[in-house]
Design a protein around this ligand. Structure first.
Ligand code: FES
Length: 587
């Protein structure tokens, strides 16, 4: 199958895309603030003209200072330039509707606001004209209503573009999501109130101009004055400003057209220069030289594992190169290290790191269990992913000895009471029990929450398990004369999370270093005869500053660096989680 080239820019040939995106967001936020202040000012017309004029001198003043002007025009220049750059770099203009709308509105903004910006900002800069509401409303409502309609459209274009951008920002930042309803209310209310204020004053001015003596008692003196104001620009100045605005608009249209032509040229050159990647499964795709094979697979709908997100850490994207029309780039240090860990031979490469510049044939070594054309994300068996989670292990100490001397019924009875304690503690703390194994349990936190909540959940669960086991011990002592101690270990870090197993035994679980460390910490708690061994990483992510002097450094087999561990009792843990000592440190 011939695929479509999906990436035509040479990787690394552009400035860092992330920083450009951040710059675009930051400049967009500056402009959004400016427009929001503008609208807020217009909305004050509903209260009174005087309030609006007073607020205008306050709200507009910062933007008329030298730093304010530099910030505003700098942000506008940067934002427009980056929008045009993004247009030039786009591989396709097919995109989700909201993204398309944002792009089109963004491209229309300079055209629509040119007139207004020139008459207000250039009029101020070159002729010292400061237009008040009286002049502007009269001009847009009475003298030139067509211009008023154009400015209203401009306002809606600018505002809608900004709101789409902000909603994308909120969608991509979990912490901002709770603010979405508030943002939505502001997004609708602010322009509605602003346009209503503008229309109200405009209509009253028109009425006053048509019937000078009518209903004078309901007009304020300001409105009467407004009905008679004229634009301060002379006809000659106005003509000059109009010419400047027209020139800017024509120049902008030419610029956008030139960018579209250059983009087509770039795509054409890219198509001519593309290389072929052939897969052992029979597919062939064409991509730009220098595109990583993993990017190429994903962009062309070929299922290809890459759990660590292309960071050369997991090796799940590995492939065997079966033929190459030219020399391959040598593996970098990160790729070498990972390939070394899995003892790969020289024909094996990491697809996320391999950026071929010649035709290539490859065979994927880990075949995702999804049919061709199905996104891995849509598979019934979810693709494993790397994510940061908190892992908790707990275990009954001395239980094996107890079980050897009791009837199995007693053992089952006791275990079930213990499992209820663990299960309820984990569920109430927002985690999930991954498995019960003998007298041990493993629980995971952070599938649906961020790191801090995951870590605090693990701590709360540990506290509840210790509290519950104390109650259980009381009952057991009365009923059977025995009691048990519990050892808990917990750690936070990256783990590979995915559905594993077969048939009815399919279950989402986690594996990796973080799980091993948590399990080891449970053993550390036992060895030290303490109830809870928790890593400093988990405490720190829970927002608790561990007291360094109380931490131990523990070596873990197969791990280069030691783990800093705090050994806690139930009382220590309760003190840490007590809101009154939330700002405190782990003793
Ligand atoms: S995606 Fe993990 S090593 Fe390539």
């Amino acid at each position: 199958m011939e695929g479509t080239p999906t990436r035509t820019g040479r990787p690394g040939a552009w400035p860092n895309a992330l920083s450009l995106r951040n710059l675009r967001t930051a400049s967009g936020l500056v402009l959004f603030c400016f427009v929001a202040m503008h609208l807020l000012n217009h909305a004050l017309l509903l209260i009174s003209l005087r309030q609006a004029e007073m607020a205008r001198s306050l709200l507009a003043a910062p933007w008329r200072t030298v730093p304010g002007t530099v910030l505003l025009y700098g942000a506008a220049g940067v934002h427009v330039s980056l929008t045009l750059l993004a247009l030039y770099r786009r591989q396709t203009l097919i995109m989700p509707p909201a993204e398309f709308l944002r792009l089109v509105l963004g491209l229309l903004i300079p055209y629509f606001v040119a007139e207004h910006a020139v008459s207000t900002r250039l009029g101020f800069a070159f002729y010292g004209e400061v237009l008040g509401y009286a002049e502007v409303v009269r001009s847009l409502w009475i003298t030139s209503p067509a211009m008023g309609v154009q400015q209203t459209i401009a306002l809606l274009v600018v505002w809608t573009h900004g709101c789409i951008g902000i909603s994308f920002l909120i969608r991509h930042h979990a912490r901002l999501r709770p603010a979405f309803p508030l943002f939505l209310a502001g997004a609708v209310l602010l322009p509605t109130l602003a346009l209503t204020g503008f229309a109200m004053i405009g209509r009253w001015m028109a009425l006053q101009a048509t019937f000078p003596g009518i209903a004078m008692e309901i007009y304020t003196p300001e409105l009467e004055r407004m009905a008679n104001v004229t634009m301060p620009s002379s006809a000659e100045r106005a003509a000059r400003l109009a010419t400047a605005a027209t020139s800017i608009k024509i120049g902008y249209i030419c610029l956008v057209a030139a960018i579209m032509v250059l983009r087509e040229l770039r795509l054409f050159r890219a198509r001519v220069r593309s290389i072929a990647i052939r897969y052992a499964t029979g597919e062939t795709i064409r991509v730009q030289p220098g595109t990583s094979v993993l990017e190429a697979s994903r962009a062309n709908g070929i299922p290809h594992y890459g759990i660590c997100g292309g960071n050369a850490r997991c090796s799940t994207c590995r492939l065997r190169v079966t033929a190459s029309a030219g020399a391959l780039p040598a593996p970098g240090p990160a790729e070498k290290a990972t390939l070394g860990r899995i003892h790969a031979d020289s024909g094996v490469r990491l697809a996320c790191q391999l950026r071929p510049r010649h035709d290539l044939s490859v065979s994927l070594m880990l075949q995702p269990v999804t049919p061709r054309g199905t996104a891995i994300e849509d598979s019934p068996v979810e693709s494993p992913r790397e994510r940061e989670i908190a892992v908790l292990f707990c275990d009954l100490r001395g239980f094996t000895k107890f079980s050897e001397s009791r009837l199995p019924y007693d053992v089952v009875f006791l275990l079930n009471r213990y499992f209820v304690i663990v299960g309820e503690a984990v569920a109430e703390a927002g985690g999930r029990v991954d498995k019960f194994l003998g007298d041990g349990a493993m629980a995971l936190f952070g599938f649906e929450t961020g790191p801090e909540e995951a870590c605090r959940g693990a701590l709360r669960a540990a506290e509840a398990i210790l509290r519950g086991s104390a109650r259980l011990n009381q009952d057991l002592t009365e009923e059977t004369g025995v009691s048990f101690d519990i050892a808990i270990g917990a750690h936070f870090g990256p783990a590979v999370v995915g559905v594993m197993g077969y048939g009815a035994a399919l279950t989402e679980t986690a594996i990796g270093d973080t799980v091993n460390v948590a399990s080891r910490l449970e053993a550390v708690a036992k060895e030290a005869n303490r109830q809870f061994a928790v890593s400093a990483d988990l405490l720190e992510h829970a927002g608790i500053r561990p007291d360094e002097t109380t931490l131990r450094s523990i070596a873990i087999r197969g791990r280069e660096s030691e783990v800093r561990v705090g050994l806690l009792s139930e009382a220590d843990l309760s003190a840490l989680l007590d809101p009154r000592t939330a700002e405190g440190t782990a003793a």
